[in-house]
Design a binder for this molecule. Structure first.
Ligand code: ADP
Length: 157
């Protein structure tokens, strides 16, 4: 079965990568989809985000990255996938994720959202935390892989 992992990945963190590895072992194929999100002002371009993700998933044979637009469920249908993967860190994620999953369920009842719980060591971690640390010259090694850390430092140099 093919699953999609949609998100902004602006940039990818160890929290996302943990979800990617876990989902990749559950499904035959995992497609990470970088979706355009109008409400969020992005730091990296879609291509930059794609490059960082690709660099980080080289060891995973059944994972690839795509750039998506429009509704996630439409994109899932186009890619012939019935499963959306999302990560949940804390109660604070729950309301937003529930809203999103319920809207998607209403739009396309056959597409299921599957939630993977963040590992405790990553439950504090978000792309915006990594950006704040980078902006203030903090140590990024617990947050993002070296390749991403370098891109973050370049961005805020
Ligand atoms: P979005 O803008 O769609 O929320 P993100 O790139 O921020 O995109 O996140 C994509 C998905 O990954 C979301 O379901 C989010 O909750 C999840 N996620 C983000 N950070 C982590 C983390 N540290 N651990 C587990 N899941 C995470």
């Amino acid at each position: 079965m093919r699953a999609l992992y949609p998100g902004s990945f602006d940039p990818v963190t160890y929290g996302h990568l943990d979800i990617i590895e876990r989902a990749a072992s559950l499904f035959d194929e995992l497609i990470i989809v970088i979706m355009t999100n109008d409400e969020k002002h992005s730091t990296f371009t879609m291509e930059e985000r794609k490059q960082m993700l690709q660099h980080c998933i080289g060891h995973l044979e059944n994972v690839r990255v795509e750039i998506g637009s429009g509704l996630t469920v439409d994109f899932a249908e186009k890619l012939d996938s019935q499963v959306l993967i999302r990560g949940v860190r804390a109660v604070s994620d729950y309301e937003y994720e529930m809203q999103l999953a319920t809207a998607n369920m209403t739009l396309k009842p056959k597409i299921e959202t599957i939630f993977l719980l963040a590992r405790p060591q990553y439950s504090f971690l978000s792309s915006s935390t990594a950006k704040t640390v980078a902006k203030n010259n903090g140590d990024l090694h617990n947050f993002v892989p070296d390749f991403v850390a370098e891109k973050l430092r370049e961005k805020y140099r």
